[in-house]
Design a protein around this ligand. Sequence first.
Ligand code: SAH
Length: 226
Amino acid sequence: MNDPSFADAHRRLMEEIEAEARETAHWTGRVRYAERVMMAMASVPRHEFVADWQWPVAYANCPLAIGHGQTISQPYIVALMTDLLDLDAGSRVLEIGTGCGYQAAVLASVAGRVYSVEVIPELADTARRRLAHLGYDNVQVRVGDGYTGWSEQAPFDGIIVTAAPPEIPGALADQLVIGGRLVIPVGTSGQTQFLYRCVREPDGTLTNEQKLPVAFVPMVPGLRPS
Ligand code: SAH
């Protein structure tokens, strides 16, 4: 699945992620990321998630356009957010914002089951087909409004949100197990957004740790039933 012609660029990217993890440790509290996270980052073929004209930069440590005004996140941010979820091979994880499916593939390599919700039907369809084609058979993608989560599949050990809402959606907190982690960028676009790692406490409340400033596409108000 990993094309040898991308091997050098992919190896350089892994070194850049390791360096950026060290440089941002004062924000994130993590000098390096778990081995299973780094192995997932090293195994997922990022070029398969972008158009072929973007292949020369598929392993650059930066976001890329994926159409519909959306982006595939910077690989360092994908690694950081995955690490902050503290997943293991048995974890059930919910992703809001499937986009091209790259983050979902990384999660699928680290966790047991991945549920991903995307508001744009064309992106959800393409991601679903791509993930199946690449053999990520523990991921389910559905079209829907991420603000409501995926109650039928709850509770989750981790929830990751890859678009920024103005504040933490309450429904997502309710779909976490006690001790479950929510990793989410919060803020209005055009203003500073921060990445948060939240943990669900036994009384149902969340404790929030602010991590680092980030720039995500806005989480749009979702589909409303007509
Ligand atoms: N995780 C993606 C990044 C996608 S960018 C990847 O690896 O490629 C953020 C995505 O969130 C976009 O695809 C956007 O359409 C989606 N999104 C925005 N608001 C949403 C909402 N309310 N519910 C579900 N998805 C949403």
